[in-house]
Design a binder for this molecule. Structure first.
Ligand code: F6R
Length: 608
């Protein structure tokens, strides 16, 4: 997380740095800052909180200069205060940093022992002190950079301005991405190509372990040994257009309501809509001969993968090994090189997901990336890309990316089933037909349930805890519903497999515990209804999310029953995620929280 920008320009940079930072604010909004060199002097402006605070500060205290770096922070080490905001400056050296310096405590102690005076409680400040020490010892900026990088451990990217070398920016990429943009007599730098899109589309992606010196017209790139290396230049497809909220109050609301359109668009990429057939993907991923499937991801993307597991096992008879990427990468899993592997990530930059993908690649597996950002690191390093085509997702809480991930995973499972001969042509047509009809059903659901979800959200917003239950694919969906509620409304919520209720969580059930039960009228319905009885018998407040058949065959008293249309089993998780998203959204609106930028979160998690 954290966003980095830089410009070595022909024109003043501070306003352009600010605009580039706005495009990176999804990476963190704890604080922000800019440093420039003007008439040989390093100047800095920083502010706690969102970028708008920095903007107001800059109006009162403008920064001049044609070279500068900027940063938007997601705090890891040190509270989100102005003092801890980047750039950090020591002896005319300004540093912005994304990632974690793992050995910062050891380095700090060493530097303090030689008289360094630390101003902040960040890990980042050691970078500025180390560089300053090497420069004091007589090294040039470039020599100091090389020596300093050899001392750092962790995953980080850096941009550095030296007052004594006022025509260059030094950068390093050891983990989190960095992209250099080529302008007309100017060079740019950003954590992603989107930040640079209004400035240039001609970019060079730095590779892990690269560091570079950027001047107005040139970039010299070195590998970790200090050898000069060349990296190819390419044209980025990132759009310069700003995504707006349109008539919606929040991005999250807009992203919920645009799901029917974006899913239809994504499905058209993977399905033969007219003939109701799934695309053949054998050139991209050899599901037919795969011994098993590995899936890994984080957060909501992981929960999409968990639903995907049910589909791949059922339709393609492929057994699936799935884990959250932060565990997967360290489990020392025995992997067969004949297994296929899928990594799911909206941003395509999540550090743990990327590490898990690299782990599988190193073990000889062919890896596929189910991503929204086709120019991301995960997309670029994967053997095959399966874009989810959701368009930019700005709200921190994932909604349309989740359902598009599900739509793509469903089509992949059908394609895999077809390739492996585990579904018949008729079954394939039926499954595809359900997917093709899905956007229409989604539109209908979104139109009909809004008032009901608004009413329910007002009641739920007064409770401190909420339990979500489901079976089959409704179990990961229960976890996703709970995740959505907790991250934007700050209400404690847990999702459980309905059958696990009596193994512990039932102890929590009393009249103060709302229990949301996700129960489409599928093969698990009767069992889930039994679990619902257990909740009702203990005075729990049952909120039943079911379909028309389910509502007709259940006569239990509930606090609320939300009735969705009857749909085929394969699309039920996508249809049932809509009320869960709306519920979380309206509870957050009722509580007045910051829906699009909830506290402590960031949209792209590039640290582990
Ligand atoms: C929750 C949410 C997160 C992300 C997770 C992975 O609403 O958005 O849990 O799903 O941080 O991010 P990506 O998909 O970018 O790898």
């Amino acid at each position: 997380m954290c966003g980095i920008v830089g410009i070595v320009g022909r024109h003043p940079v501070s306003q352009r740095l600010l605009e580039a930072l706005e495009r990176l604010e999804y990476r963190g909004y704890d604080s922000a800052g800019i440093a420039t060199i003007s008439e040989g002097t390093l100047e800095r402006c920083r502010a706690q909180g969102k970028l708008v605070n920095l903007e107001m500060r800059l109006e009162r205290q403008p920064l001049n200069g044609m070279i500068g770096i900027g940063h938007t922070r997601w705090a890891t080490h040190g509270a989100p205060t102005e003092r801890n905001a980047h750039p950090h400056i020591v002896d005319g050296i300004a540093v912005v940093h994304n990632g974690i310096i793992e050995n910062f405590a050891e380095l700090k102690a060493e530097l303090e022992a030689t008289g360094a005076d630390f101003e902040t409680s960040t890990d980042s400040e050691v970078v500025a002190h180390l560089l300053a020490k090497f420069c004091r010892e007589g090294m040039s900026g470039q020599e100091a950079m090389h020596a300093m990088l050899k001392r750092l451990r962790g995953a980080f990217s850096l941009a550095i301005l030296l007052q004594n070398e006022p025509s260059t920016i030094m950068v390093a990429r050891y983990g989190p991405p960095l992209v250099v943009g080529h302008g007309d007599g100017e060079m740019f730098l950003g954590s992603d190509a989107i930040a640079l899109a209004p400035l240039t589309n001609e970019v060079t992606y730095l590779v892990d372990g690269d560091w570079a010196v950027i001047s107005k017209t040139d970039i010299r790139i070195f590998d970790s040994e200090g050898n000069v290396v060349t990296r190819s230049r390419c044209t980025s497809m990132a759009s310069a257009d700003r995504v707006t909220k349109g008539d919606y109050e929040h991005f999250m609301e807009k992203e919920i309501y645009e799901q029917p359109e974006v899913i239809a668009h994504a499905l058209a990429h993977y399905l033969d809509i007219a003939d109701h057939r799934a695309a053949s993907l054998s050139t991209r991923m050899d599901f037919a001969n795969a011994s098993s499937l590995v899936i890994s991801a984080c957060g909501t993307a992981y929960l999409a993968g968990l639903i995907g597991k049910y589909w791949f096992e059922r339709y393609a008879r492929l057994s699936v090994e799935i884990d959250v990427a932060s565990e997967f990468r360290y489990r020392d899993i025995p992997l067969s090189a004949h297994a296929a592997a899928l990594f799911i990530s909206q941003s395509g930059e999540t550090a743990d997901t990327l590490a898990s993908m690299r782990y599988c690649k190193a073990h000889g597996l062919k890896v596929g990336a189910v991503v929204n950002t086709s120019e991301s690191t995960i997309a670029r390093e994967a053997d095959a890309i399966f874009p989810i085509l959701a368009g930019p997702e700005i709200g921190v809480a994932s909604t349309k990316a989740f359902t598009c991930q599900l739509a793509v995973l469903a089509t992949l499972a059908i394609s895999a089933g077809k390739a492996r001969g585990t579904i018949t042509e008729e079954e394939e047509r039926q499954l595809v037909k359900s997917l093709v009809e899905m956007p229409r059903v989604m539109r209908q659901v979104l139109r009909n349930i809004r008032p009901k979800m608004q009413l329910l959200s007002q009641e739920l917003s007064g409770f401190p805890h909420v339990l979500y239950l489901g079976r089959g694919t409704s179990f990961p969906l229960a976890m996703e519903g709970a995740l959505k509620l907790k991250e934007i409304s700050y209400i404690h919520a847990e999702g459980y497999a309905a059958g696990e209720l009596k193994h512990g969580p039932i102890a929590l059930v009393d009249k103060n515990m709302p229990v949301i039960i996700i129960a489409p009228h599928d093969r698990f319905f009767d069992k889930t209804v039994s679990n619902m009885q257990e909740v009702a018998a203990r005075g729990g407040r049952v909120i039943l999310l079911t379909d028309e058949s389910g509502a007709a065959s259940c006569n239990l008293d509930t606090m609320h029953t939300i009735v969705l249309p009857d749909v085929e089993e394969i699309i039920a998780p996508i249809i049932f995620s809509l009320p869960l998203q709306l519920l979380a959204y309206y509870v957050a609106v009722t509580k007045g929280t910051d829906v699009d930028q909830p506290r402590n979160l960031a949209k792209s998690v590039t640290v582990e």
